[in-house]
Design a binder for this molecule. Structure first.
Ligand SMILES: Cc1cc2nc3c(=O)[nH]c(=O)nc-3n(C[C@H](O)[C@H](O)[C@H](O)COP(=O)(O)OP(=O)(O)OC[C@H]3O[C@@H](n4cnc5c(N)ncnc54)[C@H](O)[C@@H]3O)c2cc1C
Length: 329
């Protein structure tokens, strides 16, 4: 019988043996009669405020359900899978063009390539490697390349972040699919079980080229230094796009240009494409000593857990605007 066992309290840096012992205790059995023990969720609980931190774990395991245990459930249904695009075996239409190789554009191109539509992905900046050199030059010598920089280029705006995977979407099957694709490109499988998935600094610079190679293997094409200049619309119908001066016929274009590409929005507005204004947030960067955050959140520092983080939101009663922390690195 497949069981889901939740609310398992373990110390930071727990071992497999410790985990098996705690699960066996919940199931009131010997750990030797349990099979296929797999961690499916993991989070940190430091609510006691004391200098003590628990890791709360949920597992899937084959075993026998003991009576009267609320934290043990029988798993009856297979988890819902993300809807995948049907594979078009002999797609002979014009190839779709995806603009922007940030997370949105890369995943859109991957999904289209997987469906057999051989997309063309165009990115105004350079590939992740060349772009990293360009960004180093900027930090060191102040030389800005307006087309390939911290915001523009393969991997998009977050390439040089510490890789926290923040998503406001509630579409859990799709988020899972996104994480699975990252794992297939080399990310740690832990991102599927951690409550706050985190790739780690600079990992994206390796993952993103792997994802690009998968798109190419599936029949897609990726071009760097290729900037969308214009969309060709005739009678309200998309006929093609102009990319770095070249006209490309297409009837489907995914604009995944991020929120920094003001020139694209200006061009679309000029061409009469209906646009909706989206409110935007202004950010400031604050630096806090890490030990103070660790102490406030966990009552102290725990080497095996890395650094503590927090989220803070505030909405003044008489003001529509709110204030929130976005990313703690
Ligand atoms: C410094 C920094 C750190 C961040 N850290 C995190 C983090 O830790 N965790 C997190 O979840 N989020 C983080 N974010 C936010 C995250 O990066 C964005 O939410 C995400 O990148 C948005 O993805 P996107 O694909 O929509 O757009 P973008 O990532 O902005 O990608 C758009 C791409 O389109 C390309 N493009 C634009 N115009 C054109 C054109 N005309 N032709 C061709 N290509 C074009 C750009 O070059 C760019 O590569 C961070 C952002 C920044 C700036």
């Amino acid at each position: 019988m497949r069981l889901k066992v939740s609310q398992l309290d373990l110390p930071p840096g727990y071992s497999v043996e410790q985990l098996a012992k705690v699960v066996a205790k919940k199931l009131r059995c010997d750990s030797s009669v349990m099979h296929n023990l797999k961690v499916v969720r993991r989070s940190i609980d430091a609510r006691s405020g004391a200098p003590r931190v628990n890791i709360v774990v949920e597992v899937d395991v084959s075993g026998k359900k003991p009576s009267g245990k609320r934290d043990v459930e029988v798993v009856r249904n297979v988890k819902p899978q993300a809807k995948t695009v049907a594979t078009l075996k002999e797609y002979d239409g014009l190839r779709p063009v995806v603009v922007g190789a940030g997370p949105a554009g890369l995943m859109a191109a991957f999904a289209l390539a997987e469906a057999g539509m051989k997309p063309l992905l165009v990115e105004r900046g350079e590939d992740a490697d060349a772009r990293s050199d360009r960004v180093k030059d900027f930090w060191k010598n102040g030389v800005l390349d307006s087309e390939s920089n911290v915001l523009y280029g393969e991997g998009g705006a977050g390439l040089f972040s510490d890789g926290k995977l923040t998503s406001r979407s509630k579409d859990h099957p799709r988020i899972r699919r996104f994480l699975e694709i990252l794992i297939s490109c080399g990310a740690s499988p832990d991102i599927l079980i951690d409550a706050e998935p985190h790739l780690g600094s600079d990992i994206l610079k390796e993952l993103v080229p792997a994802l690009r190679n998968r798109i190419v293997e599936l029949g897609g094409e990726v071009r760097f230094g290729a900037r969308l200049d214009k969309v060709m619309i005739d009678d309200g119908v998309l006929r093609g796009v102009v990319v770095s001066g070249e006209e490309i016929r297409t009837d489907h274009c995914v604009l995944a240009v991020g929120h920094s590409a003001r020139d694209v929005y200006a061009m679309l507005a000029e061409q009469g494409v209906p646009l909706d204004a989206k409110p935007f947030a202004v950010g400031v960067r604050l630096e806090l000593p890490q030990h103070r955050i660790d102490t406030a959140q966990w009552g102290g520092s725990f080497g095996s857990l890395g650094s503590a983080s927090f989220r803070l939101t505030r909405r003044a009663e008489d003001d529509e605007r709110s204030c929130y922390t976005f990313c703690l690195c």
